[in-house]
Design a binder for this molecule. Structure first.
Ligand code: HEM
Ligand code: HEM
Length: 223
């Protein structure tokens, strides 16, 4: 099974492209995480009251699926290596990009976990729902002495803040680098992370494009 998946993914990664599964993980999580940052700040600026509470409920029900996606994506990434593309030949820049990817993965786990810990350590935590539908348990902090619960809250809050700030610093660098590779260097990096659109004019129909070998001249179109 794993071998079959690897072989299927190689059909994409050998052409410097992420597999459709890798692309789906990237864009779904990018949208959810960016939404969460905006919604988190919006909520934190609301005055205390019912609206703020409901807003945090929305924040938690969208944040928790990110934790499940993080496990699935990490498992996928361990099984299926990313493609080698033009961004892998840039020395120090490549190392910095890899470091940023590690920080992203730490945030994918750390933000929902610290959010869950915060939620579970407040005096009377309200119910949690995954995507607003499936009941999600609290962490068992109600057994802890009150002062220890406050400490947990404090640490979880710090972790949440630090990871949010880390994301605010690296997302613009990551996006800027992707755009620079594409528009300035004309590299294949961004194209490899975008869905492949089948060319209706292409006689191969929906078959994926292979890089053209410049040594082979184009076939002459009759007429
Ligand atoms: C990737 C997922 C998440 C992101 C990007 C995110 C982002 C944020 C942001 C930007 C804030 C406001 C600023 C700040 O306090 O740092 C915030 C606050 C908060 N988040 Fe999240 N969050 C995520 C997941 C979660 C989850 C799953 C929960 C709960 C189960 C949660 C609970 C909270 C709480 C309780 C606060 C208020 C913290 C305070 O008042 O100090 N978050 N989050
Ligand atoms: C418009 C916004 C974005 C663009 C254009 C973009 C573009 C890209 C591109 C081109 C790559 C491939 C890099 C390479 O192979 O060297 C990539 C990888 C990645 N991006 Fe983004 N990205 C965006 C937003 C985000 C956001 C918001 C996050 C995190 C919340 C994120 C997390 C990642 C991760 C973790 C990888 C590594 C992929 C893997 O190996 O699993 N990206 N991105």
């Amino acid at each position: 099974m794993i071998d079959a998946l690897r072989q299927w993914a190689r059909g994409h990664t050998e052409r410097s492209r992420y597999s459709p599964v890798g692309i789906a993980f990237h864009w779904i999580m990018a949208i959810l995480v960016m939404f969460q940052i905006g919604w988190g700040y919006y909520t934190s600026w609301l005055p205390a009251g019912g609206d703020k509470l409901r807003s945090y409920e929305v924040h938690s029900m969208i944040g928790l699926p990110i934790l499940l996606l993080a496990f699935a994506r990490f498992g996928w990434r361990l099984m299926i290596p990313g493609p080698v593309n033009d961004a892998d030949r840039q020395g120090l820049q490549t190392q910095i990009a890899y470091m940023m990817h590690y920080v992203f993965y730490i945030a994918f786990f750390g933000l929902p976990l610290s959010g869950w810990a915060m939620w579970s350590s407040i005096a009377e935590p309200g119910p949690l729902y995954l995507a607003g539908l499936v009941p999600w348990p609290q962490l068992p902090f109600d057994q802890l002495p009150l002062t220890m619960r406050w400490q947990v809250m404090d640490i979880a809050e710090d972790v949440h803040h630090i990871l949010v700030i880390a994301l605010l610093l690296i997302i613009p660098l990551h996006v800027g680098a992707a755009l620079k590779h594409h528009f300035w260097d004309r590299h294949d990096v961004l194209r490899g992370m975008l869905p492949e659109i089948p060319d209706a004019e292409d006689p191969r129909g929906g078959e994926p494009r292979r890089p053209r070998d410049p040594a082979i001249p184009d076939e002459k179109v009759p007429g």
